[in-house]
Design a protein around this ligand. Structure first.
Ligand code: KE4
Length: 427
């Protein structure tokens, strides 16, 4: 597999862009090799600038549930663009997209659009703090909610629940209000509530996709709901990834637990920059201009981005069994991984939720970040490189999630499983 042009492009990029990329995970640091520069996408495939083609299981980290260059989405974007790219004024498109999401999520009366998942989460947390008049927040090790300061937190020393900054440039007093708990471990959350009576919210990925794919246990989510109700804190579901990827009502479609606020991104923008956060009316009405909690954005609700998101959601809603079909293909793929791993006696754990799938090279079931960290990341790197050579593009980190998009069919999945057999027998 020739990647000369990507190698040259990467060294050129590195001269003018830090790390040669506009988002760190793209640099292939944890899997090695040169990040591939992509020339175009078509359906299930992406093509790099050396002319190699790959079945794309990343889909821009989730947004492209209809693959690349979907005709309807493309036409919607072109049509919107022909009316103008942005007005900084209300348009009917944002009301329409908001209405669709409100209809699908019974925990949401109102929603506001922003331009990224990070912005959605940052705004939702500010709203939760403003609504409860409390300052502390609880997040979980291994969950990623974008790169706003108070969320770039790592476990403090020992049993201390308060986090410390996980990145230089984040002042310690920006993270002193962030408590860390362990995913799927309700006792660790109770300890947070014992160490602070000033907790505004819990924020969680109800299906974690940033430590690899790790679903929350139902009783864990029930416990979080009870702890929030008992302590006057809001429960925030970060569905930036799982929204319109796990079901047509996101992770909420798969659990009986209802959050107070929800964040979105990725699929609701159809590949264009969109994030959103929504919740019950009495909370959302605290937002400026009617309420005191300030939040704003030049390109929030951008009509071209709204048109891409609308076209995506309209296509999803047209097919009652849309997610069942994608989940079947995800299961077919993971069953192939498991069967091949058994034949090669490589330990593997797999998870599927709707169109999302994950696999860990790990002896034991992964229930939290500590478990995930025990995965064989060296083996993952070899696997990733091997599969690229076979023409299959997986997330370039063990701690990410893979996606099935509508154009990925069973023939491609069969071919992928054959490539897995070839790759695993080599590594
Ligand atoms: P963005 O700001 O990247 O649009 O969204 C942040 C975010 C928030 N919440 C969840 C659950 C997320 O998964 C993300 C972003 N996901 C990563 C990949 N897992 C984006 C890829 C990247 O950082 O380049």
């Amino acid at each position: 597999m020739e990647v000369k042009n990507s190698e040259v492009a990467f060294s050129e990029a590195s001269k003018v862009i830090p790390g040669g990329v506009d988002s760190p995970v793209r640099a292939f640091k944890s899997v090695g090799g040169t990040p591939l520069f992509i020339e175009k996408g078509r359906g299930a495939y992406i093509y790099d600038i050396d002319g190699n083609s790959y079945v794309d299981f990343v889909q821009s980290w989730g947004p492209l549930i209809f693959g690349h260059c979907d005709k309807e989405i493309e036409e919607a974007v072109i049509c919107a663009a022909k009316n103008g790219l942005s007005f900084g004024a209300p348009t009917l498109l944002e009301t329409k997209l908001a209405g669709k999401i409100v209809e699908l999520f019974d925990s949401i009366d109102k929603i506001r659009f922003v331009s990224s998942g990070t912005e959605a989460v940052m705004s939702a947390i500010r709203l939760a703090r403003g609504y409860t008049n409390k300052d502390d927040i609880i997040k979980f090790e291994g969950c990623y909610h974008g790169h706003s300061d108070s969320l770039l937190v790592q476990a403090g020393s020992g049993a201390v629940t308060f986090g410390t900054p996980s990145s230089p440039g984040v002042p310690a007093d920006f993270t002193q209000h962030t408590l860390l708990a362990k995913y799927n471990d309700l006792e660790s959350v109770k300890r947070c509530f014992e160490s602070s009576n000033n907790i505004a919210c819990i924020i969680i990925e109800p299906i974690a996709g940033n430590m690899g794919l790790v679903p929350a246990d139902e009783e864990f989510l029930v416990g979080l709901r009870e702890l929030c109700d008992k302590n006057g804190a809001l429960l925030i579901f970060d569905e930036v990834m799982s929204g319109f990827r796990a079901s047509k009502s996101g992770a909420q479609g798969l659990t009986n637990v209802k959050p107070d606020l929800v964040t979105f991104g990725k699929v609701i923008g159809g590949g264009m920059p969109v994030g959103a956060f929504g919740g019950k009316e009495d909370i959302m009405d605290k937002l400026s201009p009617d309420g005191p909690v300030y939040q704003a954005g030049t390109l929030s609700g951008n009509p071209v981005a709204m048109s891409a998101g609308l076209a995506s959601l309209e296509k999803i809603l047209r097919d009652e069994s849309f997610f069942e079909k994608l989940e079947e293909r995800a299961k077919m793929l993971m069953e192939g991984f498991e069967e091949t791993s058994r034949e090669c006696s490589i330990p593997i754990q797999t998870n599927v939720r709707g169109s999302m799938f994950g696999f860990f090279f790990n002896e034991r079931e992964v229930k939290n970040f500590d478990d995930a960290l025990k995965s064989d990341t060296k083996l993952f790197a070899k696997f990733h490189q091997g599969m690229l050579k076979e023409g299959f593009y997986f997330a370039c980190s063990q701690f990410e999630t893979g996606f099935i998009c509508e154009p990925i069919n069973e023939i491609m999945i069969d071919a992928c499983i054959n490539a897995v057999k070839k790759t695993m027998s080599k590594i």
